[in-house]
Design a protein around this ligand. Structure first.
Ligand code: CP
Length: 338
C-alpha cells in the first residue's frame, strides 16, 4: 500500500518530488511487461471503465493497454453524443452509476473541472484523462519520465533544465500540467513561445516565478529554441476556438523541421510533442523530416505512456509490489516492435 492507494489522480498539484520518483520507479519495473517479455495477471478480475467524452487516440488506448497488460478488463464509451450525458444526465448520476461497474475509471471531458466534479460522486478512483484546457496529469507524468530518460543520455537531470514550450500555450492542457510538475525541480528555465493571444496563462507564469524559476516569453521561434535542452512543440487546439477560421490564423505559425533544428537548436536538444502533431501542409508543426533525428523523442513518449499508466494503476489499486508474483513467460511471437 502507498499514498496513492485508492486515490484519484485529478491534478499534478497533488504530487511532490518523492511521489514522482515513486511513480517512475514503478514505471521502470513495468518494462518487461510492456515489452511482452513477460505477462502479469496481477489485476485479473479488475475492470477499468474508460470514459472518453472527447476525441483521443493515445490516452484512451494506452490507458486501456496498460490495464490489459496488468491482467485487467477494459470497458469503454467514446464521444459525448453516444453517452447518456447527451440526454441530460448529470455528471453526478453518471459517476454514481459507472462506479458501480468498475474498480477504476479514466475520464476525458471537454469541460474544465468536469473530471473533479465526477470524481466527487464516484465510489472508485478516477484518473483525469484531460479536462478541457485545464489539466492532463498522466501526459505530464509521462513527459517528465521521458525528459528524465532523454537527459540521462547526456548525464543531465531535471534540475536547472532549460525547456522551450511552443504553440497554443493558452489552451494546451499538457503544457499547463507539465509546467507545474517541472516547477518541483530546481531553477528550471522556461521559454514560452506563442502568439500574443495564445500565451501561457498568467497564473501559471506567476506560479513559476514565485517558485524561483526563470520565465521568458517570446513570439520568436528562433530566439525561443536557441540554447535549450528540450523543445516541447504543441498543436493549435482548434477544438477550443470559437471557429475554425480563428484557429486557422495561428496554424503554421511555428514550424520546426530539420533545417530549423540544425540552424537554431543545440545538437543535443531533445524534441518532444504530446501528439497528435498536425501534419497537414498548412500547419506542419513538426515536420516528418525530423523522423530520423535521434533526438526526436515523440514516439519514446508514447511508449513511455504505457509504463507510466501501468504504474498509476498498480499504485492506485495497491498491487505495485505484487506484479512479479503474478508473472509468467509469454507464449506468442512478440515481433520486432522494441
Ligand atoms: N496526447 C494526447 O492526449 O493524445 P490523445 O488526444 O490522442 O489522447
Amino acid at each position: 500500500m502507498s499514498a496513492f492507494t485508492g486515490n484519484h489522480i485529478l491534478s499534478v498539484s497533488q504530487f511532490d518530488r518523492e511521489q514522482l520518483e515513486q511513480i517512475f520507479a514503478v514505471a521502470d519495473q513495468m518494462v518487461p511487461y510492456a515489452k511482452r517479455e513477460k505477462v502479469t495477471r496481477v489485476l485479473e478480475g479488475a475492470i477499468l471503465n474508460n470514459l472518453f467524452f472527447e476525441a483521443s487516440t493515445r490516452t484512451r488506448l494506452s490507458f486501456g493497454s496498460a490495464f490489459n497488460l496488468l491482467g485487467g478488463e477494459v470497458r469503454e464509451t467514446t464521444g459525448l453524443k453516444s453517452s447518456a450525458l447527451a440526454k441530460g444526465e448529470s455528471l453526478y448520476d453518471t459517476a454514481r452509476v459507472i462506479s458501480g461497474y468498475a474498480d477504476i475509471i479514466v475520464m476525458r471531458h471537454p469541460m474544465e473541472g468536469s473530471v473533479a466534479e465526477f470524481a466527487k460522486a464516484s465510489r472508485v478512483p478516477v484518473l483525469n484523462g484531460g479536462d478541457g484546457s485545464n489539466e492532463h496529469p498522466s501526459q505530464a507524468l509521462l513527459d517528465l519520465f521521458t525528459m528524465r530518460k532523454e537527459l540521462a543520455r547526456f548525464d543531465r537531470d531535471l534540475d536547472e533544465v532549460k525547456v522551450a514550450m511552443i504553440g497554443d500555450l493558452a489552451h494546451g492542457r499538457t503544457v499547463h500540467s507539465l509546467s507545474r510538475l517541472l516547477a518541483l525541480y530546481k531553477k528550471v528555465s522556461f521559454t514560452f513561445v506563442a502568439p500574443k493571444e495564445l500565451g501561457m496563462p498568467i497564473e501559471i507564469v506567476e506560479y513559476l516565478i514565485e517558485k524561483g524559476h526563470e520565465v521568458t516569453e517570446t513570439q520568436s521561434l528562433e530566439q525561443g529554441i536557441a540554447d535549450v535542452d528540450i523543445v516541447y512543440q504543441t498543436r493549435i487546439q482548434e477544438e477550443r476556438f470559437s471557429s475554425q477560421e480563428v484557429a486557422n490564423q495561428y496554424r503554421g505559425a511555428y514550424r520546426i523541421n530539420q533545417y530549423v533544428y540544425s540552424q537554431f537548436c543545440q545538437p543535443s536538444t531533445v524534441i518532444m510533442h504530446p501528439l497528435p502533431r498536425d501534419s497537414r501542409a498548412e500547419a506542419n508543426e513538426l515536420d516528418t523530416d525530423l523522423n530520423e533525428n535521434p533526438n526526436l523523442a515523440i514516439f519514446r513518449q508514447t511508449d513511455n505512456g504505457v509504463l507510466v499508466r501501468m504504474a498509476l494503476f498498480a499504485l492506485i489499486l495497491g498491487v505495485e509490489e505484487k506484479v512479479a508474483e503474478y508473472a509468467r513467460p509469454v507464449n506468442w511471437y512478440i515481433g520486432k516492435r522494441f
